[in-house]
Design a protein around this ligand. Structure first.
Ligand code: ZN
Length: 322
């Protein structure tokens, strides 16, 4: 077993018989680290747009077709300063796979995703298993029952846990109801921390998702259901607007906040969605998210290792001046 808990348990046993060596324990259990740490922690940036830039498919299937390319992107984020890596398994749940990637093996693609991130993270950094939407609306707006969605999320989370992730990140969720279902499923699958990011479509009216959920409702509901951290990623907001949503969640009393904005607002250019914010502007916006209360900071669509490196430098400078 590669998980932190096993490492720690072994360490404690070792301590009792006198053979314990501190340098064998390179990281704390993630839940303890997140509970104790008050400094900003960087996550990685986008995987999909990096793979697309290399001419590869953006989804989790690339874990199986081009594992070396996925590993290389993870490693670039480590070099840029990320302490938490996210697996390339967004939407790799059974429901999304059956509707969008028939023939892809749920187990293989998620195990590969966990192992690739784990290989880049080594023993010193954390890996979060990425879980996102089924791509279908829950009842009563759509046909998908909560029970079926729960089963698909639980199955994916259990496989990611088997692959050695330190925790889960439920992200790019446009509906609080679906995010809540995924959070509960992760908690049922493994005793690991769950971070939940909601995608907001506007900062107006207290920050709203496309389904009308407010930032405050999201923060209160998800924290009440046991999320270790809550926050915002992706959506139609730029990093400065994401900071405003984070501030709303802070007011709601969330214990730990996360922000992973896109590299600016999505723009449609010749039929393609592009994100044009420069690394330095992105870093300034992400720093605003930090000032608004977020301690976990990363990037979503359009962000590259350069964006994360710029953020790392700005956060370091801020700490030195503080
Ligand atoms: Zn995004």
């Amino acid at each position: 077993m590669r998980c932190a808990r096993a490492a720690r348990a072994n360490g404690k046993r070792g301590e009792a018989d006198g053979s314990f060596r501190a340098d064998r324990l390179k990281r704390m259990i993630l839940s303890e680290f997140l509970a104790e740490n008050r400094k900003p922690v960087l996550l990685d940036g986008a995987m999909g747009t990096q793979l697309a830039a290399a001419g590869l498919a953006m989804g989790g299937q690339t874990n199986l077709t081009h594992p070396e390319a996925v590993l290389a992107v993870h490693r670039q984020y480590v070099e840029a300063g990320a302490g938490l890596l996210i697996t390339n398994t967004l939407t790799m749940n059974r429901i999304y796979i059956e509707t969008h990637h028939p023939g892809l093996d749920v187990r293989e693609v998620n195990l590969a995703g966990a192992r690739l991130a784990r290989a880049a993270a080594g023993e010193g950094r954390y890996v979060l298993g990425d879980i996102s939407s089924t791509g279908q609306m829950l009842q009563p707006y759509g046909d998908l029952s909560e029970e079926d969605a729960f089963k698909a999320f639980q199955e994916q989370a259990a496989i990611l846990a088997e692959g050695g992730v330190d925790g889960f990140i439920v992200e790019t969720m446009f509906s609080l109801a679906e995010a809540l279902c995924a959070l509960r499923a992760c908690r049922a699958a493994a005793d690991l921390p769950v971070i939940v990011c909601i995608s907001f479509s506007t900062v107006a009216n207290g920050g709203r998702t496309i389904m009308g959920d407010s930032a405050q409702d999201c923060a209160l509901t998800l924290t009440g259901a046991g999320a270790t951290a809550v926050g915002a990623n992706c959506g139609d907001l730029d990093p400065f607007q994401t900071a405003e949503v984070v501030a709303r969640m802070q007011e709601a009393g969330s214990p730990l906040l996360i922000a992973q904005p896109n590299a600016g607002k999505p723009k449609l250019v010749e039929g393609r969605t592009v994100f044009e914010m420069s690394p330095s502007d992105f870093a300034a916006g992400l720093y605003r998210c930090y000032q608004a209360g977020a301690r976990l900071l990363g990037g979503c669509c359009g962000t590259s290792p350069q964006h994360i490196r710029a953020a790392a430098e700005l956060l370091k400078k801020g700490e030195e001046e503080a």
